[in-house]
Design a protein around this ligand. Structure first.
Ligand SMILES: [Zn+2]
Length: 178
């Protein structure tokens, strides 16, 4: 086996083939969405590095492992940080909706084809309506969350990570990588 290629490109792994350089952002996504939707109080005790909500007794962030002695906790999450998570959420939602719409359009086209040109039983209106309803449902599911949702996840996560990187650079003055 001498034909093994020299791998210079990173391996495709993780959800939808995108691996976030900041794993704690993925773990925090759901919690940040709860905060964005005001399902949890805005005030609290948050990690001074990643803004995860900490319990009173926590001395080390369970998400990014930063000790509270190294970075003092803060009372609320900065708006720029919430916006980064919102970007990921809305990008994914937009792709899922577009996918679901595409699925329904396809089901409608099949419906039109069936009632117009469908031979025999395929052309029966009842059969065509069943296709429209069931086919519409399954095609919307398939194109929405399954297919387009993957793209949306990838694009959304990338946008969120870029926004976080910019935020870190501004906050901590980290040297830019490019
Ligand atoms: Zn943290």
């Amino acid at each position: 086996m001498s034909s093994e290629p020299a791998t210079t490109t990173p391996k495709v792994e993780g959800i939808a083939g995108y691996v976030t350089p900041y794993p704690y952002l993925d773990r925090l996504q759901e919690k940040m969405e709860e905060r964005i939707e005001h399902r949890v109080p805005a005030a609290g005790r948050f990690c001074g590095f990643c803004y995860a909500r900490l319990r009173n007794e926590d001395t080390r962030c369970p998400f990014c492992a930063t000790p509270t002695s190294e970075r003092a906790t803060v009372g609320e999450i900065p708006q720029d940080v919430l916006r980064a998570y919102k970007l990921r959420q809305s990008t994914e939602a937009r792709w899922v909706h577009t996918g679901a719409f595409t699925g329904m359009i396809i089901a409608s086209l099949i419906f039109v084809w069936m009632v117009t040109w469908g031979p025999g039983l395929l052309g029966h209106p009842a059969f065509a309506f069943a296709e429209l309803l069931l086919g519409g449902y399954f095609l919307a599911q398939f194109f929405g969350p399954l297919l387009f949702g993957q793209v949306g996840y990838r694009k959304g996560a990338r946008k969120r990570d870029e926004a976080w990187a910019r935020f870190l650079a501004e906050r901590d003055g980290a040297a830019p990588t490019a």
